[in-house]
Write a protein that binds this ligand. Structure first.
Ligand code: SF4
Length: 389
């Protein structure tokens, strides 16, 4: 694992933004662009790029994806006003001229390779996507983007800004590619040749006229198709989109109801998100991991490591207790019942004696969603067929 040092010292970071400099209006477009770039790096982002506020290049692919219903139950993505804003940044911010795209590298981290596989030193480990091991990244991005807005607003009075982190109506990877920050791989992730794809994106829309970066044009996937072959639910499609309805990330985080029975065995012990298509990607083989993880923070709730321990904890919590326990983490998204549902599937897929005992408890859970998945898990362990409920 390649480790990289955390950001530059603060004293160095502030250089160039000292009070008393000429107002932004007096500097050239190129100089202003560089000041904004430096300000973004000073705010703790790893990379920054600038894209023109043009409609995204993959607008047709996006519309076709929606048309096929591949967004699943994420109906908010198909709302006409949201689609309009996704396909034209000026609908999201009047007069938008530039999209400032920022990245945070979180890297493969310590838990890689054999985690969750035979030989893992933690038997029955609950697998969690790497980005979720710490604070909710939305909160981290929002804090840093707000800091950046404060700096830029002071430098450029009258300018408008609007920030987005993942949830917003912007096709973020399209803009990131256009801002020169990498290419969109066959697994649909943005891949930077040095950083790999364990990278989170944020965007700042602005009416400032900044000089765009050169787009990243090469497709460095070449003939590789490891991610397509490795995806256990065949969710990755040849047109570089995902059928969300089959994607383990969607099933474990976004889906509110019952997980399709035919997909449950393929989930294995992945109970929150999935990194498989990134783990197999050769561009992540030497991806850097920051010395200080961007989403790490003292006091951030850490869930128990194993499926059995985590399920036991959640079974004892009511919704209020769950929200209190996991405040500030991404685990709030599926909620107590959604997580316990996922854990029941994972327990059924391990089949250990401990797992069986826990599932026998969960069949009496107050949530019918959890109880139904626990019944499925028990039936799977007892060999009465994975389709049993
Ligand atoms: Fe591209 Fe191969 Fe990585 Fe998939 S695994 S994103 S095909 S390089």
């Amino acid at each position: 694992m390649r480790r990289v040092p955390a950001g530059r010292p603060v004293s160095e970071r502030r250089e160039g933004l000292t009070p008393g400099e000429p107002p932004a209006g007096a500097v050239s477009r190129a100089a202003l662009t560089e000041r904004v770039r430096r300000a973004a790096l000073d705010c703790g982002f790893d990379r920054v790029g600038f894209a023109p506020a043009d409609p995204p290049a993959h607008a047709d692919t996006y519309r076709a994806w929606l048309g096929r219903g591949h967004h699943g139950a994420m109906g908010y993505m198909a709302r006409e006003d949201a689609v309009r804003r996704r396909l034209d940044p000026r609908e999201a911010l009047e007069g938008c001229r530039t999209i400032i795209v920022v990245t945070l590298v979180y890297g493969p981290g310590e838990v890689a390779g054999d985690a969750g596989m035979p030989g893992d030193p933690v038997p029955g480990r609950a697998m969690v996507a790497r980005y979720a091991r710490g604070r909710d990244y939305h909160d981290v991005f929002e804090e840093r983007l707000d800091r950046l807005i404060d700096v830029l607003a002071a430098e450029t009075p009258g300018a408008s800004f609007r920030r987005y982190v993942d949830y917003g109506p912007v096709l973020e990877r399209d803009h990131a590619q256009r801002a020169g920050l990498g290419w969109i791989g066959k697994n649909t992730m943005l891949i930077h040749p040095d950083d790999g794809s364990y990278v989170m994106l944020g965007e700042l829309l602005t009416d400032l006229d900044l000089a765009p970066d050169d787009p990243f044009l090469p497709d460095r996937c070449g003939t590789c198709r490891r991610c397509l072959d490795a995806c256990p639910t065949d969710a990755i499609l040849p047109d570089r989109t995902i059928d969300a309805r089959r994607c383990i990330s969607y099933l474990t985080i976004e889906l509110r109801g019952s997980i399709p029975v035919e997909l449950r065995p393929a989930m294995g012990t992945r109970v929150f998100g999935c990194d498989i298509c990134q783990e197999v990607c050769p561009w992540n083989a030497d991806a850097p991991t920051p010395e200080i993880a961007p989403f790490a923070a003292p006091g951030t709730p850490v869930p128990p490591e194993t499926l059995v321990e985590w399920a036991g904890e959640l079974a004892r919590l009511d919704d209020d207790g769950f929200r209190e326990r996991y405040r500030g983490t991404a685990f709030r998204r599926p909620g107590r019942d959604g997580l316990l549902r996922n854990l029941a599937v994972g327990l059924g897929n391990t089949g250990s004696a401990d797992a069986r005992a826990m599932l026998e408890r969960l069949v009496d859970d107050r949530s019918e969603l959890v109880a139904e998945h626990a019944r499925w898990g028990l039936a799977r362990i007892e060999g009465t067929g994975p389709d049993e409920r």
